[in-house]
Design a protein around this ligand. Structure first.
Ligand code: URA
Length: 196
């Protein structure tokens, strides 16, 4: 059952977890994906950025945030002097691309949840940054909006978590970039407090 599956996953080391995700067929996204997108970066990073799920380019390349939204994410990281892979890990709530980039369904997120949970246990980041509504709501088990969740320090199973807009959303809503900038400043301040 679900509880047995979860405790199995939560007992895995990195190689076991990567192999398990790579071969996963536990939801219907397995039928339409090209490949799974596990996550990338420093496996002992202080910073963990979590998106929603792979898009077309991520599905083709097997790496998160490598398309247009990914370029914006890299620029957001650069704005706070961070670099992909250097003290940063990037992952998604679901490891397989939802067809046509639809939002992942509740059941798909539920099946995928132990994978991200185990990634977080293994990385032990100081701060999680949830990118966009789907990641924020899934990690925090809430229906609240980004507008209501941003600028606050939440917790995911004990780990401090903050929320900001998804880079793909920002590309369609340029005026909200100013708020995302405030969120990045808040993220840096929060990290400073956590490491002080
Ligand atoms: N959007 C996401 O949420 N994740 C990716 O990896 C790419 C685009």
């Amino acid at each position: 059952g679900g509880a047995d599956r979860r405790s199995l996953i939560l007992g895995m080391d990195w190689p076991e977890l990567k192999a398990c995700v790579a071969h996963c067929t536990d939801c219907k996204l397995a039928k339409t994906r090209t490949q799974t997108v596990f996550g990338v970066g420093d496996e002992s990073a202080d910073w963990l950025f979590v998106g929603e799920g792979p898009g077309a380019e991520e599905d083709a390349r097997g790496e998160p945030f490598v398309g247009q939204a990914g370029r914006l994410l890299d620029n957001m990281l650069a704005a706070i002097k961070l670099k992909r892979g250097e003290n940063v890990y990037i992952a998604n709530v679901v490891k397989c691309r939802p067809p046509g980039n639809r939002n992942p369904e509740a059941e798909e997120m539920e099946r995928c949840e132990p994978y991200l949970e185990r990634q977080i246990e293994l990385i032990r980041p100081r701060l999680i940054v949830a990118l966009g509504r789907v990641a924020a709501q899934s990690l925090l088990k809430t229906n609240a909006t980004i507008a209501n969740l941003r600028c606050k320090v939440h917790r995911y199973r004990g780990t401090p978590l903050i929320v900001t807009y998804h880079p793909a959303y920002l590309l369609r809503n340029l005026p909200d970039k100013a708020k995302a900038w405030e969120d990045l400043v808040f993220a840096v301040e929060t990290m400073k407090r956590l490491t002080a």
